[in-house]
Structure formats: C-alpha cells, structure tokens
Design a protein around this ligand. Structure first.
Ligand SMILES: *Cc1c(COP(=O)(O)O)cnc(C)c1O
Length: 349
C-alpha cells in the first residue's frame, strides 16, 4: 500500500506556509495560559480516559449530551477508530474523489474495500455515493481540496438512504454557512467530526471531537486507546471552548480574506472553485503550469499544495493566510503568470 502523504512541514524557517490549511493566527492567549497551568507534577498521573471535563464542556457548547461526545487525538485518530470499529476485511468503504485521501489509506490498512466515487465537475454530491452495502461512508464537508460545500438537506437525504455509518467530516465547517451537527439527533447512523486544527489555531495540539448517538460512541470507546488524549489536551480543549469569541473573530477575518483572495485570483484569469473553507482551489491552464507554479513559488519560499493526481493535476490549493501573506503570494503568482504570457517556461526542470 501507498500510505498517506501529509503536506510538507519544512524544517527551515522563513516559509510563507499556505499548504496545510493551518490558521495563520496564534492560539488564544487563554488557551496557552491553561496549557502552562496544566504543565505541573500531575503529569506523573495518567489522564482521565474519557476526558470528562472537555467532554462536558463540548456537550454544553454544541448543545449535545456528554454521552454523545468523544475526544480524539485529532480527528484523524477518530477516523482511524471509526474505520476499525465499523469496517472489517473486504467491507466496502465509500467516499468521494477528489477528497481527503486518508479515507483511502485507512480502508487499505483495515483490509477493507475502498470505493472512491468521482465528484461531478461542480462538486455536488455524486449519485453513486449511495451504496446500500457500504459499511462506512465518509463525506468531508466542506470538501478538501475543492473547498466546496454540500447543503445539509442533501446530506440528510443521504443519511436516510445509507444503512451503514455515515461520517460527516466537518474539519472546515466553522468557515461555512451551515453545519450538520443536528443530524446526530435525527439519525442513529451519523457521526459528525470536528477538529481544533483549523479554526481554533491548534493543529499542534491534536484536538478532535466525534458527535454521535450513544450506541455508536460506546462502540468507539471500546476500540480506542484508554488514554488517547493527554492532560495538556484536556486543559487546552476546555480553555478553547471557554474562549469562542477569540475563534469567531479569527474566522471572520479569514472569511473576509478568503473573498479577497478569490477575487484577486479570478482577476488574474484563474478559475477558482467557490470555497466555504479556509483555503481555495484554483485551476491553471495545464498540469505543467500548475506544477510549475507550485515549484517556482516553493523556490521563493511560498508553499502551496499541489498533487499530480487525476482531476486535480492542473489545480493548486492555497490556504488563506494573513493579508500580508496573501499579498506576497498574489505578487509572486502575478509575476509568474506574466512571464508565462511572454512565453517563458514556468516549470523548473
Ligand atoms: C485537516 C483535516 C482533518 C484532520 O484534522 P486533525 O484534527 O488535525 O487530525 C480531517 N479531515 C479533513 C477533511 C481535514 O482537512
């Protein structure tokens, strides 16, 4: 098997990093203070296996019973636990393509049968995503890398038609217009995932939550590591949920800057998919051009994401950074595209 390939995390400083959808703003000072306070001799002891303090706080904030909440070491860990729990050898796991490629990797690790269903060109929900015999269906919403969004009404219809477990991966939903959290109350087979890696500026803390009805959560608890989240995690999660105003402010700024980035990229003549996330996907004229732009920008210490994969090999994905970072990217990109028009090659070989 291939294994999941995460975006680059350069070891040298000085990069403008717009490749892995991190938040450009620091975590809340209150969260940092809470972590500092938890850095004490209690670290001698194991953490609470159910992270009860964080579970209760998340339940309160998201309007859910604590029994319907489970914390994880990033939503990636929750995706791993879910795959272990609900798919056995040879079982079908369905997800759209192009989307988050970890779903495919997790299916392979499990010996399950991954089934990638292609999105149509407009990135609406593909009809064949309904697979009556699928044990698991993964839908990232907003989707990555496209940034596009599927309305809740459509996911409700999908939940009705699916007999297996439907996982709605809402990693970017704080940047979107609506969310699917209340489908958890409506359907016994729906799991909604959230992460603090993007909107909460805490990718380094690995904080994720799963929301689902009690029988599913109880199943997940059986399969997880007893101590899957640590004491600093619990302190950071509680403090984050106590300081949502800080997150909301940054989310507002990022949404405003996303619209600016989209407008400027379109002004340069690129096709940009409508985004409800903290990144945008832009299409260039060819695979060679997209790869060339990625490589040239990297040489200038501006990192964006490029995949030489079907459907998206002529696209790049750009995280919404600070206004200064966006302007640096736009300047460098405009110069590259200008050279291209003059017939100079952008690719570096
Ligand atoms: C970033 C991302 C995740 C991973 O979140 P972590 O909580 O950092 O593990 C999961 N799903 C999607 C679609 C993502 O983009």
């Amino acid at each position: 098997m291939g294994g999941y390939v995460p975006g680059e995390q350069p070891q040298e400083p000085g990069y403008i990093k717009l490749n892995t959808n991190e938040n450009p703003y620091p975590p809340s000072p209150k969260v940092l203070a809470a972590i500092a306070k938890a850095l004490n001799e209690d670290l001698r002891k194991y953490p609470d296996p159910m992270a009860t303090a964080a579970r209760r706080k998340a339940a309160e904030v998201y309007g859910m019973k604590p029994e319907r909440v489970l914390g994880g070491n990033g939503s990636d860990e929750l995706l791993t636990i879910i795959t272990r729990c609900f798919a056995g050898e040879g079982d079908k796991i369905v997800f759209p393509y192009p989307s988050y490629s970890l779903y495919h990797t997790l299916a392979e690790i499990q010996g399950a049968k991954p089934m990638a269903v292609e999105f149509p060109d407009d990135y609406s929900l593909p009809k064949e995503i309904v697979q009556p015999d699928a044990k698991l269906t993964f839908i990232p919403n907003p989707n990555s890398p496209s940034g596009t969004f599927i309305p809740k009404a459509e996911l409700r219809r999908l939940a009705k038609k699916t007999s297996g477990v439907l996982v709605i991966d809402e990693a970017y939903v704080d940047f979107a217009d609506e969310n699917c959290l209340d489908l958890v109350d409506e359907f016994p087979n729906v799991i909604v995932l959230r992460t603090f890696s993007k909107s909460f500026s805490l990718a380094g803390m690995r904080i994720g939550f799963a929301f689902a009805q009690e029988p599913l959560i109880e199943g997940l608890v059986k399969a997880k590591d007893s101590y899957n989240v640590n004491r600093l995690w619990i302190a950071a999660a509680v403090a984050s949920l106590d300081d949502l105003d800080y997150v909301r402010k940054n989310v507002q700024t990022i949404k405003k800057d996303r619209e600016y980035l989209v407008k400027e990229l379109r002004r340069m003549g690129l096709f940009v998919y409508p985004s409800q996330a903290n990144f945008v996907m832009a299409r260039l004229d060819s695979e060679e051009q997209a790869k060339g732009v990625y490589e040239r920008l990297k040489a200038q210490k501006i990192l964006i994401r490029y995949w030489s994969k079907p459907r998206i090999d002529d696209c790049v994905r750009i995280t919404v950074g600070t206004r200064e970072e966006i302007d640096a990217l736009l300047r460098a990109l405009a110069a590259l595209l200008e050279n291209l028009k003059k017939g100079k090659k952008v690719s570096v070989r």
